[in-house]
Design a protein. Structure first.
Ligand code: SF4
Ligand code: SF4
Length: 435
């Protein structure tokens, strides 16, 4: 019998708000205008622009080249004409160069039979170069995959973990990929095996996943002659955070080497780059929330606006109270419906009032629910009190820097205190001071 893992303390049990669907993941309509921001969210840097207004572009053409560590190549997700280059806004409201491409011309990728490269004849330097060239980015962080793998390839033993856990109530993208694309995921593991030679490869998945899907993964792994472990985790938020997965696995295996957690959507982008010679121009996104008529997962072109995706999913059935990117707990509010999806977008949610967990702030009643919820053994109510009183140094002494911003404490708080917002603000200030 397979044992089920989890973290030792803290966390909250959240309802799964997204019904599971066995339907294949469909491609979203191509956008009439694609807004392409010139950085992956989170890296803080921009790639070097290569195109100008009025220029015709092929589908997948390079429009900006990586300019040092933390930046990544960007490609046009549709064929068309560069309509404008503007200081736009990313979904979190940050000012950025945005290339607006209007759909025109013929398709060089869509509707064509995908190329299939014989990648096994490539050496690891060639594969890394391909990942860099195709702008493949780690979907959960926005870090260029080339940077991540290049740093690991000669840096001692690595344990590779495919993180298919989805503890956020509105996410099932990674699990859906695991179910619908097991062959591609195992191929991607095989490619990573060639680059990193990891000590072990494990797939972290929800203990509730049907065994038929696990058997399919095992069978493909056997065909590829790849040894892959299956690690089942009990459903408790924020178990999908890489540091908690790492802690749970280290408890079991001891501390051999560094751990690299990559989610299935990143592995799909890697697979398309190496096997199909395709740039990272698409993203698997869950479009949902209580205000959406027909919630579902789609594979959408980067640069598609949130408004277009909502429309494709039947539009609104009620007025959304909030539009959130990447989940209600750790995500960010969308600036507006024209905001585009990026390489780091995994869900876009139009939440109605009952889902926003909002309410008037009340004074702390010292109930201790936040302490019980914190997986890092912090005392969130005390950190909050110290920060409000301007005693940030004492909050750091009590471990503020260890806070992962998981928001389990805020979810558990009866008094609706904006705990995480305050922690994040102070941590960001702390980082700015340190730079
Ligand atoms: S956001 Fe920080 S303080 Fe709150 S539960 Fe998560 S780790 Fe603990
Ligand atoms: S959960 Fe909220 S009300 Fe309860 S102790 Fe923590 S901060 Fe105070």
């Amino acid at each position: 019998m397979m044992s089920i893992r989890g973290f030792r303390r803290g966390g909250v049990t959240l309802p799964q708000r997204m019904a599971f669907s066995h339907d294949p993941i469909e491609n979203a309509f191509l956008p009439i205008h694609a807004k392409l921001t010139l950085r992956a969210a989170g890296s803080g840097k921009e790639a070097r622009l290569l195109v100008s207004e009025g220029e015709e572009l092929r589908e997948g053409q390079l429009i900006a080249r990586a300019d040092g560590k933390g930046t990544t190549n960007a490609h046009s997700s549709i064929p068309g004409i560069v309509r404008r280059i503007v200081r736009g806004r990313s979904p979190d409201g940050t000012a950025l160069n945005t290339v607006v491409v209007s759909l025109a011309g013929s398709f060089s990728i869509s509707g064509k039979r995908p190329e299939r490269y014989i990648w096994k004849s490539l050496n690891k330097t060639d594969i890394l170069h391909l990942l860099q060239e195709k702008g493949v980015t780690q979907v959960s962080t926005g870090i260029p995959l080339y940077d991540l793998l290049h740093g690991k390839k000669d840096g001692g033993p690595v344990q590779l973990v495919v993180n298919a856990l989805e503890m956020d109530p509105y996410r099932r993208v990674e699990e859906a990929i695991l179910i619908h694309h097991p062959q591609e995921l195992i191929d991607a593991c095989d490619i990573l095996n060639k680059i990193l030679k990891p000590e072990s490869i494990a797939i972290a998945l929800d203990a509730g996943l049907q065994t038929a899907y696990i058997d399919a993964l095992r069978s493909h792994a056997k065909d590829a002659d790849l040894k892959i472990g299956i690690e089942s985790f009990k459903r408790r938020y924020p178990q999908d955070m890489p540091q908690l997965i790492e802690r749970a696995l280290r408890d079991k295996r001891g501390a051999a080497g560094s751990m690299l957690c990559l989610e299935p959507s990143t592995l799909m982008a890697l697979h398309e780059a190496v096997v199909s010679n395709k740039a990272h121009i698409e993203q698997y996104v869950y479009v949902g929330g209580g205000a959406i008529k027909e919630p579902r997962i789609v594979k959408a072109r980067i640069g598609t606006s949130l408004g277009d995706l909502f429309e494709e999913c039947g539009g609104f059935k009620g007025l959304p109270e909030r539009v959130v990117i990447n989940g209600p707990l750790c995500g960010s509010l969308a600036a507006d419906l024209d905001s585009p999806i990026e390489k780091t977008t995994r869900s876009v949610l139009a939440l109605c009032h009952e889902e926003t967990h909002s309410g008037a702030e009340q004074p702390c009643v010292r109930c201790g629910a936040c302490v019980k919820a914190c997986p890092e053994s912090l005392k969130p109510y005390l950190l909050y009190k110290l920060l409000i009183a301007g005693r940030a140094n004492e909050a750091y002494d009590l471990g503020l820097a260890r806070c992962t911003s998981c928001a389990a404490c805020a979810y558990a708080c009866w008094s609706r205190l904006p705990l995480v917002q305050l922690f994040d603000r102070h941590k960001a200030q702390g980082q700015n001071h340190a730079q």
